[in-house]
Write a protein that binds this ligand. Structure first.
Ligand code: UD1
Length: 422
């Protein structure tokens, strides 16, 4: 899908099922490498990054089969040779950030890995220094090579590690390595995101001994035998948040089925402060917005349980249409404001003060025009702006959006948006 065409301004009404979480499924798939036998992972979204991870697991010798949204990963054919031969398709490694999880998983499984550097993206540089420094403490050595990184260990050894920042990816990588380390590993300053909890739950289901997942201190007793497990990936909190934002920006009422509401409390707080109705029902998350919303004074992103950085872009069109002014502070990524010129072209009044701060002055209406997606969440935010705007909006560059949404057009049509992709 290259472009999305939206005829905006139609009040939302309807219900939609929320797909499985992209950020949760990728480390879980990397973790299947560690377990003997066939793991069955349900509710895997159909997304490019998931297909890339399937390809990578297959290139390592695993058998991976898909039946709708269920993946079966059998690790019997996996060989140490494969992890070293550089056979992992470079394109799959470099095209997604999550290939970095193979570092921790393969060091655990084989003791040595050659890996091209994972992809960065326009939201920021996304270095991996925290991953590398932490893994070194588990007795891993690194060498820079022309193809990327060569990492090896004589044997992983548990350690007491303090992360300088609660990096989600570094915490996940450490977990993947530490479950195979000799002795106890303590991760202090760990990320607390729900995706960490999901990975800990999967590893524990396989037989790992992990306590404290979801808190700042995680304790892992290593070298437990890991056997394959059946596991279901929870709903995607950011996708649920996206359709919530569509309702907040456009108005109306929606039911978001399988929305993981317990993971969305920071979003709930902002939505309710602005005047939306939020009801957690047996059928899912019910959202209603009738009147124009009131802007909160500030929206500040922070590591979980703070307001998620991924939701910052998605709230920009909501804030652009709210009554009053809001300062947005982006604390996680250094380049997450680049949709501001596109939103302003649609009639928003948003001023970027510096890399971290933007000021939004609410306007009564946005007007459709042709805009360009440059990354995943920013692209989805432009679609939301289009759904709220008067007239027609065309969002180009929608390949980025497909990296995180199985079918954003189908889902938004379920909610009443007049939208199609070409
Ligand atoms: C994950 C999510 C992403 C989300 C982010 C923060 C996945 C696939 N992606 O990304 O959607 O926005 O968490 O919730 O799960 N950093 C370093 N050095 C490192 C690692 C990180 O400087 O070694 C910096 C990053 O550049 C960024 C910040 O720390 O500025 C947060 O990164 P991190 O928490 O690691 O995010 P990701 O795991 O990449």
């Amino acid at each position: 899908m290259d472009s999305v065409y939206i005829r905006g301004g139609i009040v939302l009404q309807g219900q939609v099922s929320i797909q499985g979480s992209k950020n949760a499924v990728l480390p879980v798939l990397a973790a299947t490498l560690l377990a003997e036998g066939t793991s069955v992972i349900e509710n895997c979204p159909r997304l490019a990054d998931v297909y890339h991870m399937q390809t990578l697991l297959q290139s390592l010798g695993c058998s991976v089969t898909r039946d709708k949204n269920m993946l079966r990963v059998n690790t019997e054919g996996m060989s140490r040779l494969k992890a070293l031969s550089g056979d992992m398709p470079k394109e799959a490694v470099e095209s997604m950030r999550s290939s970095i999880f193979l570092l921790g998983a393969l060091l655990n499984k084989t003791g040595e890995v050659e890996l091209a550097y994972p992809g960065g993206c326009v939201i920021g540089e996304r270095p991996i220094d925290i991953h590398i420094e932490a893994l070194k403490q588990l007795h891993v050595s690194f060498e820079e090579k022309s193809y990327g990184l060569h990492a090896y260990t004589e044997g992983l050894k548990g350690a007491d590690i303090t992360l300088p920042f609660p990096s989600v990816g570094a915490t996940e990588n450490l977990l993947l390595a530490a479950v195979g380390a000799d002795g106890t590993t303590i991760i202090r300053g760990a990320a607390r995101e729900p995706e960490i909890v999901t990975l800990c739950r999967f590893l524990s289901a396989c037989g790992a001994d992990i306590t404290g997942g979801g808190s700042s201190t995680i304790i892992i007793q290593g070298r437990k035998k890991l056997c394959a497990a059946d596991f279901a990936i929870p709903g995607d909190r950011i996708v649920a948040g996206t359709y919530l934002c569509a309702c907040l920006a456009v108005g109306g009422e929606v039911l978001l089925m399988e929305a993981p509401t317990e993971q969305m409390q920071a979003i709930k707080k902002v939505a309710e402060t602005m005047g939306a109705v939020w009801q957690e029902t047996d059928k899912g998350l019910y959202i209603q917005r009738r009147e124009r919303l009131k802007a909160p004074k500030q929206l500040i992103t922070a590591p979980f349980p703070g307001f998620p950085t991924d939701m910052q872009s998605l709230f920009l069109p909501v804030l652009a249409l709210a009554e009053g002014n809001c300062t947005v502070v982006e604390n996680i990524f250094e380049n997450r404001f680049h949709i501001i010129p596109d939103l302003n072209a649609m009639g928003a009044k948003i001023e970027q003060m510096d890399a971290k701060n933007a000021r939004v002055e609410g306007v009564e209406q946005l007007t459709g025009c042709r805009v360009q997606a440059k990354e995943l969440r920013g692209g989805a935010a432009l679609v939301i702006a289009g759904a709220a705007a008067k007239g027609e909006t065309i969002v180009d560059g929608c390949g980025y959006i497909e990296r995180g949404y199985e079918n954003i057009c189908r889902d938004l049509r379920e909610l009443g948006v007049r939208i199609y992709g070409v």
